[in-house]
Design a protein around this ligand. Sequence first.
Ligand code: SF4
Length: 341
Amino acid sequence: SKPILHLDTLRMVYNADPGFLSRLTGRADPPVIAADDVTLELHAGETLAVVGESGSGKTTAGRIATLQERPTSGGVLYEGQEVTGLTGAALKAFRAKVQMIFQNPYDALNPRLTVSQSLAEPLMLHGLVPRSGLRAAVLEMLEAVELRPAESFADAFPSELSGGQLQRIAIARALIIKPMVVIADEPVSMLDVSIRSGVMNLMRGIQRDTGVTYLYITHDLSVARYMADRIAVMYLGAVLEEGPAESLISAAAHPYTRLLIEAAPEHRATAVKRNRIRLPGDAASQSGLPPGCRFHPRCPLAQPICREKAPPRAALGGGQTASCHFAHEVKKTGLATMTTA
Ligand code: SF4
């Protein structure tokens, strides 16, 4: 089926502002490649999680998907229609269909407005509900995000609410205009661990009830596994692996995904007694990408070919793809692949 939202070979290059040192030396900083041929397809009613460390480009992909940023090249298609260059009324209509939830709920809410005013605002902006119906729509939405009694939450100010309650209101604000797609960028990572699953379950319940589609951006693979039907793993601006959540977790075909799984919290609990399992090496920066496979400086399986040739995207069946020269072997035998060869 046709994707509802399609990010088509996006490339996003930022030219760094010449800093003090480079002005002094006359050497320009290299451009930062925040997205390098990123293609993601979002299908109606599903959740696609985009997983990556900071600097992976996952947030850039989300910002382009909501047209907060325009890509250097490549396009965004909504229901098959090119939307990349939209402005004015057409952009506003697109925004009514594709909403965003941010990591920090404080950013989404004006501290001087009551909850009711904050929730009514998008309804008025998009002219969706007559003024006389605003209060009822707000109360209904507060019920949907399980803030009860709705009447007393409606008249509260953000400063009177907890972080978890505020994030529920930010979710309500994004969903009150009944968008088709919601891009959620780390919506629970700032919340107390004890209330995260409540917010995730709320989002899943709303999806069951409304059929809304989620693009869920997270650094946490276990969160992705819990939330998503499909997972895309990003690293230094590129998608390294993608596939149905279950096959990607149980039979990852990219060494980076394997390392992320080993580093995931539920794995860590039973893993060798180390305080922290860390990926070897530092994430290279998006400027000055290494030649060949962009993951080779950190890859425990790297071979000479990996330094010379960028790996093609290998199709592994069942919708799983991975950009590694040894994807088929890694899928079968994991990180033992080379050491047993
Ligand atoms: Fe590692 Fe080579 Fe695969 Fe890159 S192509 S992930 S360096 S084995």
